[in-house]
Design a binder for this molecule. Structure first.
Ligand code: PBG
Length: 330
């Protein structure tokens, strides 16, 4: 890159010194079209719980989902992502509740597709909300067994597809699951259901509040380093991405978000496929608590989300989706 110009003939402050000029010369922007809203669902009736570690985020019982779905509709949020808080008496070692056609996710998909047909629905494919040990798959000799887990994930994916889910998002990090899920979907003629692969998903410390939100913190006694990625690595992420694209992923995701902007940028430059970023729960809560304590201004929300656009993300899954949408509307 060649930098031309020289002070005093070149003064970069000339393109910064008024609001209208900054608008004209801005290189990146974010819009409501870029936002995906995650929603937590719980059992019971007439329930809306606060989540202590995520101020401003709630869990809704299915009959109360309209509270947040109406906001998403009004703001024209393109897609929401559902996550279940499974009661502990429904968790077991194989996560069998994942395959119950009346589970929280299945009921939410049916409800949302009936009353909000124009909002995309995305659901995770992974077993951690349903397992008594909190891992994303089934354990054999204390390690998540790849191929046995895939067999269950394929069933979970098909069930969610049957319920009307538009986008399946395998977040489990098993090797080869995208190909198996795609093959099973196509065989059942679900050719239009897309797959967003959590392809570069790191074994991260930033998922803490989410595990609280879905009630898996107490269950998980170890870590997920035998399947989620090592945060020292980037080449490995590109190998993950390449394999998942070849197996049939329509969109790839990088997760967490802000600490991994280098990965997003590199994928965008090299693979020419839509890349989504997940601004995860820990990132959300750090910013939110910072704002609530008066340490930082709430424009930090926009700044954090715009960073993803600069890096090349097409869309961002963020617990700030409604806050930002409201700001952008005004
Ligand atoms: C589960 C899953 C996790 C998140 C999304 N899907 C947590 C994990 O892998 O332990 C994290 C999202 C967040 O922190 O906001 N497969």
């Amino acid at each position: 890159m060649k930098i031309v110009g020289k002070y005093p003939t070149t003064r970069l402050r000339r393109i910064r010194n008024s609001e209208w000029m900054r608008r004209l010369t801005s290189e990146n922007n974010i819009s409501i079209d870029d936002l995906i809203l995650p929603i937590f669902i719980r059992d019971g009736k007439n329930k809306v719980d606060k989540i202590k570690t995520m101020p401003g985020v709630f869990r809704y019982s299915v009959d109360k989902l309209s509270l947040i779905m109406n906001k998403a509709k009004k703001m024209k949020i393109p897609m929401v992502a559902f996550f279940p808080y499974t009661p502990s008496n429904k968790k077991d070692k194989d996560g069998s509740e994942a395959l119950n056609k009346d589970n929280l996710i299945c009921r939410s998909i049916k409800y949302a597709k009936k009353y909000y047909p124009n909002i995309g629905i995305m659901c995770d494919v992974a077993l951690d909300p349903y397992t008594s040990h909190g891992h994303d798959g089934v354990l054999i000799n204390n390690d998540v067994d790849n191929d046995k887990t895939i067999k269950i994930l394929v069933k979970q994916a098909l069930l969610q597809a049957e319920m009307g889910c538009d986008v399946l998002a395998p977040s489990d990090m098993m090797d080869g699951r995208i190909g198996e899920i795609r093959k099973a979907l196509d065989k059942k003629n679900f050719k239009n259901i897309s797959i967003i692969s959590y392809a570069a998903k790191y074994a991260s410390n930033f998922y803490g509040p989410f595990r609280d939100a879905v009630g898996s913190t107490k269950n998980l006694k170890s870590n997920k380093k035998s399947y989620q990625m090592d945060f020292r690595n980037s080449n490995e992420a590109f190998r993950e991405i390449g394999l998942d694209i070849r197996e049939g992923a329509d969109i790839v995701m990088v997760k967490p978000g802000l600490p991994y902007l280098d990965i997003i940028k590199n994928i965008k430059d090299n693979f020419k496929i839509p890349v989504f970023a997940y601004q995860v729960s820990g990132e959300y809560s750090l910013i939110k608590f910072g704002i609530n304590k008066g340490l930082i201004k709430d424009e930090a929300i926009l700044e954090s989300l715009l960073a993803f656009k600069r890096a090349g993300a097409s869309a961002i899954i963020t617990y700030f989706a409604l806050d930002l949408a409201k700001k952008l509307k005004n």
